[in-house]
Design a protein around this ligand. Structure first.
Ligand code: NAP
Ligand code: ZN
Ligand code: ZN
Length: 347
């Protein structure tokens, strides 16, 4: 076993502090990764604060991980020492259910193994990327293309794939009008990706404060949802709305913006239920859907797509000692647009 530096909170209400954790010995199919950068996802905060239910503390979170392969098990075929690799929200799945066999491990019918807070093969609770090293089965380790700036690439492993997957599934592309609700970590990636796929992109943010950024990221239009006129002007407009907001919204108001057969997909994960009036769905035969991260194959496809199109998240690189302040800023929507921790500072 390897003892490594990490950051964790002692309880749901406490601040994160330096600690040490152990990583399992490298098994035949395992890869030991020296973590270089770890992104801060709003889900890290929801989890530690127990917004979605109790967790076993102390817990090391972080599921936007990039690093360098430091050791490989005897049977590892996909990765070599020195490779630039990434790990996202999953580190294993049953591999036998119909969803796993379809490459949709995120929907594993037996429950995939999350990068943190899940029961691992050895019975321990998985610990995430706010750390210097991690040991992961090679099948859940991605290749990070050389052309992607390494620090900026980390958030692709969650924010990137979580927005790429629904955009692809609902065919964002030329001739499609896509709205992105909330321009934070996920939202700004949705804008970049939908634009690169050729869709016409509108940002629906609370205010116009980030309008210039929206245009720079590729948005064709940018509207304030605090302005009621937005909802009358844009009624019956969009083919697809991707909602990235971490808090409850008035779904009926947003559904009214969908044109015939349009879909609103929720990737934002507020703990509260979101009520829908069925008549909002009857009108224009609208759909309301959810989407969770993406499969391993699709995550690699997304990384390659980003390399091809020169897309990386807009990031602010921080030291580990700044994590608590960064979390406060994420909660205050004061993030442009993803914090990334320099793993060298966990030491
Ligand atoms: P984030 O960076 O904090 O962005 C959320 C954005 O939502 C903010 O930038 C803000 O946009 C808007 N917002 C925040 N509070 C709001 C409120 N009270 N009312 C209206 N709008 C509000 O968070 P993130 O990391 O992108 O994550 C967003 C959500 O997705 C979280 O709930 C997270 O857990 C979830 N998530 C889900 C998946 C999945 O697989 N489905 C994966 C990753 C994350 P504006 O300032 O532009 O209004
Ligand atoms: Zn995440
Ligand atoms: Zn499965």
């Amino acid at each position: 076993m390897l003892t490594v530096n990490a950051y964790a909170a002692e309880s749901a209400g406490s601040r994160l502090a330096p600690t040490t954790i152990t990583r399992r010995d490298v098994g035949p199919k395992d890869v030991l990764i020296e973590i270089r950068y770890a992104g801060i996802c709003h889900s890290d905060i929801h989890t530690v604060r127990e917004d979605w239910g109790p967790v076993q503390h102390p817990l090391v979170v972080g599921h936007e991980i990039v690093g360098i392969v430091a050791e490989v098990g005897a049977d590892v075929a996909k990765h070599r020492i020195g490779d630039r690799v990434g790990v996202g929200c999953m580190v294993n799945s049953c591999r036998a259910c119909e969803n796993c066999l379809a490459g949709q491990e995120q929907y594993c019918l037996n429950g995939n193994t999350g990068t943190y807070g899940s029961v691992d093969v050895d019975g321990t609770i998985t610990q995430g990327g706010y750390s210097t090293h991690v040991v992961v089965d090679e099948d859940f380790v991605l290749h990070v293309p050389e052309s992607l700036d390494f620090a900026s690439a980390a958030p692709l492993l969650c924010a990137g794939i979580t927005t790429y997957s629904p955009l692809r599934h609902w065919n964002a592309g030329p001739g499609k009008k896509v709205a992105v609700v909330g321009m934070g970590g996920l939202g700004h990636m949705a804008v970049k990706l939908a634009h690169a796929m050729g869709a016409e992109v509108t940002v629906l943010s609370r205010t116009l404060a980030k309008k210039d950024d929206g245009a720079r990221l590729g948005a064709d239009d940018y509207r304030a949802t605090e302005d009621p006129e937005t909802f009358t002007t844009l009624a019956n407009t969009f083919d697809l709305i991707v909602n990235t907001v971490s808090a409850p919204l008035d779904l009926d108001a947003y559904l009214s913006l969908l044109r015939l057969d349009g879909t609103m997909v929720n990737v934002g994960a507020p703990p509260q239920p979101l009520p829908v009036t069925v008549f909002s769905l009857f009108r224009n035969r609208r759909s309301f859907a959810g989407s969770s991260i993406g499969g391993i194959r699709e995550t690699q496809e997304m990384l390659d797509f980003c390399a091809e199109h020169g897309i990386v998240p807009d990031t602010e690189l921080i030291d580990a000692s700044y994590i608590n302040e960064a979390w406060d800023r994420v909660l205050a929507s004061d993030v442009r647009y993803r914090f990334v921790i320099d793993a060298a500072t966990f030491a």
